[in-house]
Design a protein around this ligand. Structure first.
Ligand code: NDP
Ligand code: 8X3
Length: 264
């Protein structure tokens, strides 16, 4: 009786069709959240929403969006049904690395895709969602950064630059939003076995598989666990950043593998 009158928290997760975003959706559904699931692959969103309903009774609303498309994002956020407008948690997770090249051989298209998705996508969503949080004086934004936001490795400078930018945005958002009681956190993983490397290497499955061979990489569920920890702290506590690595990884370039081959 009491339970039915308590509003369940609403989380918007970008990049919910795979990897960390999908695992986080599953975790939060199990913890009683209502979910706005965002991504470009509509069929995957629908399937996930249906699974979450079946297994957890979770209410989900799917939004097929490309986070690079400001017009589409603006229309989507502004036209959410009334019950889905009050977003308590925004997880800026959608992102990618495209290619692994030194700057002198880098692809302009790869650079644009990474910069537009990882930096501008995070900014666009935050700009669209934060005003509502400010009005309600409550909210939590979690940006998915990376060890690549703290270190730079060979051939990864543009991806690393985008994640360094996410780090700067997280720091800036925290300053801008602190007067309104809005928490801003980040999670910065090392190697997580998801579709990330398949995307980076443009469908080259053999090359992608090699990235995770010879050690136990993090799984998407490990990152969902960190996100759940951040969200479940008491209201006076903000976890600013969780840097989380596989036990075999000491830095972005030092990875202890059973075989001698490098990680990238
Ligand atoms: P996946 O490739 O498994 O998932 C990426 C997600 O991002 C997908 O759901 C994809 O959805 C979404 N996405 C990509 N581009 C867009 C876009 N333009 N618009 C909307 N959604 C988009 O990778 P991960 O789960 O590993 O990556 C999630 C985040 O974690 C990224 O920000 C990544 O940089 C970060 N990260 C990953 C690490 C790793 O080792 N895997 C380590 C550190 C950080 P769709 O294609 O359906 O649109
Ligand atoms: C993904 C991890 O080390 O490939 O952010 O950049 S890494």
């Amino acid at each position: 009786m009491i339970e039915s009158t308590i509003r369940k928290p609403l989380a918007l997760i970008t990049g919910a069709t795979a990897g960390i975003g999908q695992a986080t959706a599953i975790r939060l559904a199990g913890e009683g959240y209502r979910l706005l699931l965002a991504g470009r692959r509509a069929e995957r969103l629908k399937l996930l929403a249906s699974d979450l309903k079946t297994h957890y009774g979770a209410e989900c609303y799917c939004v097929e969006v490309d986070v690079r498309n400001l017009k589409q994002l603006t229309e989507t956020i502004n036209n959410l049904p009334p019950d889905w407008k009050e977003i308590d948690v925004l997880i800026n997770n959608a992102g990618l690395a495209a290619g692994l090249d030194p700057v002198q051989f880098g692809s302009f298209d790869d650079w644009n895709q990474m910069i537009d998705t990882n930096i501008k996508g995070t900014l666009f969503l935050t700009r669209l969602v934060a005003p509502g949080m400010i009005d309600r004086k409550r909210g939590h934004i979690i940006n998915i950064s990376s060890i690549a936001g703290k270190e730079v490795y060979a051939n990864g400078s543009v991806y690393c630059a985008t994640k360094h930018a996410v780090e700067a945005l997280t720091l800036g958002m925290r300053i801008d939003f602190v007067p309104y009681g809005i928490k801003v956190s980040s999670v910065s993983p090392g190697a997580v076995e998801t579709e990330f490397s398949m995307v980076r290497f443009k469908g080259d499955g053999e090359r992608a598989k090699k990235v995770y061979e010879g050690f136990d990489p993090l799984q998407a569920e490990d990152i969902a666990d960190a996100i759940s920890y951040i969200l479940s702290r008491p209201s006076h506590v903000n976890i600013q950043d969780i840097l989380i690595m596989p036990a075999a990884q000491a830095s972005s370039t030092v990875l202890f593998k059973n075989s001698v081959e490098g990680s990238k």
